[in-house]
Design a protein around this ligand. Structure first.
Ligand SMILES: *Cc1c(COP(=O)(O)O)cnc(C)c1O
Length: 376
């Protein structure tokens, strides 16, 4: 059995090496490293994949969130509501823009933003809500979008972990993660479901006027070179990365299905273990399994993690410290105990290896090793 990895980007590369190498060589020979034709070509393919929204590529998923907030004309002191169980990026860009992060807890089973708490924390200063589609499954967008519409708020969907996930509304209409809110953002960090060979990101919106503004902000606030109408940033997707992504996008559906195969295998082997809670599937969203995240209901999560490590099984904790307990983002009124679900999850979640190249013998070894630990 080969060495078990959280993700296996090398084997994934080898399977499409000829296409990737050719695409990269082409860029090397044209030397159109910045804003080369591959960037617009990739954006058009991704737009098509997502059902026709505007796609504005940028340098990374964190910039995508920052540019989205800048495009909404957020002013210092404005409040933005976000889940406290998430990656640091949203809180970080809010702080950089002088905006106030307003944290809410998440649902214990779905791991996503608690819409009832969102409603409770809306004030006259609230301008936007940032749901995060965590681990690969959409937040409950229908009630969230209805609430936002009633209150006149923008919704920025962080789809960094859920590119390709499909949400079904009550009337049967389906939409992809990142295309339901005012603006959607994603990341092409190498380990994401659609990852490039460095940093990359993109912003989505179906509003053409907003798209134009986002495009300008991402490129120094200019539409015409050296004519700066807005304060912007320098945030572009490199042509080399776009060339890689253009190839890999063709495989995204296959990648999603391979990840679901792994998830189904783990489900079948682990769902009967009383000490474990396997990932819940919400009824209104598909799951693209960026992560396969268990909750340890009995016993010490960190000891379990250590045991697996000793057996050669890597695992990850997303996330070990909730945002409101991070030194940089503490707010005096929200100490320990303020967000009990998130605080509990930070001590009980553990993500298993899941990627597009998982060999069957590794899956079997991981599952039997886990069952043995819990004597199941
Ligand atoms: C990865 C990620 C980001 C940030 O993306 P980068 O490209 O690393 O800047 C933002 N939000 C979530 C939920 C993520 O998982």
């Amino acid at each position: 059995m080969g060495q078990i990895k959280m993700v296996d980007l090398h084997t994934q590369y080898l399977r499409i090496k000829a296409e990737i190498d050719e695409a990269m060589q082409h860029v090397l020979h044209t030397t159109a490293f910045i804003q080369g034709p591959e960037v617009a070509e990739f954006a058009a393919s991704l737009s098509n994949y997502l059902g026709g929204v505007n796609v504005i590529p940028c340098a990374n998923g964190t910039d995508a969130l920052q540019i989205a907030l800048m495009a909404l004309d957020a002013k210092p002191g404005d409040e933005v509501i976000l889940p406290v169980h998430t990656y640091v990026a949203t809180a970080e860009v809010l702080a950089l823009l002088g905006l106030k992060p307003v944290f809410v807890d998440v649902d214990e089973h779905a791991f996503n933003i608690n819409v009832v708490q969102v409603q409770q924390r809306i004030t006259s200063r609230t301008i936007a809500i940032v749901p995060v589609h965590l681990y690969g499954q959409c937040a409950d967008m229908q009630p969230l979008l209805e609430l936002a519409a009633r209150e006149g708020l923008s919704v920025i969907e962080d789809a960094a972990q859920a590119l390709g996930a499909v949400y079904t509304f009550k009337n049967g209409i389906t939409k992809k993660a990142g295309t339901m809110g005012t603006i959607g953002t994603t990341s092409f960090f190498p380990t994401k479901n659609l990852g490039c060979f460095g940093d990359g990101g993109a912003i989505f919106t179906s509003d053409d006027v907003l798209a134009e503004k986002i495009r300008m902000i991402a490129n120094h606030g200019q539409k015409i070179k050296y004519h700066h109408e807005l304060v912007g940033v320098n945030s572009r997707l490199d042509t080399l990365q776009a060339a890689v992504l253009k190839v890999k996008l063709k495989y995204l559906r296959e990648y999603e299905s391979l990840r679901n195969d792994v998830a189904r295998y783990y489900d079948a082997k682990l769902s009967g273990v009383p000490a474990l809670r396997t990932p819940a599937r919400v009824g209104n969203s598909t799951h693209v399994f960026h992560q396969y995240t268990l909750q340890i209901l009995e016993g010490d999560r960190d000891q379990f993690k250590k045991y697996l490590e000793e057996k050669g099984i890597p695992t990850m904790i997303y996330y070990p410290v909730p945002l409101h307990l991070q030194k940089a983002y503490r707010q005096p009124e929200f100490g320990p105990g303020s967000f009990p679900i998130t605080e509990k999850l930070s001590k009980t979640v553990i993500s298993l290896p899941i990627h597009t190249e998982m060999p069957g013998d590794q899956l079997e070894f991981i599952s039997t090793t886990i069952r043995a630990y819990f004597k199941a």
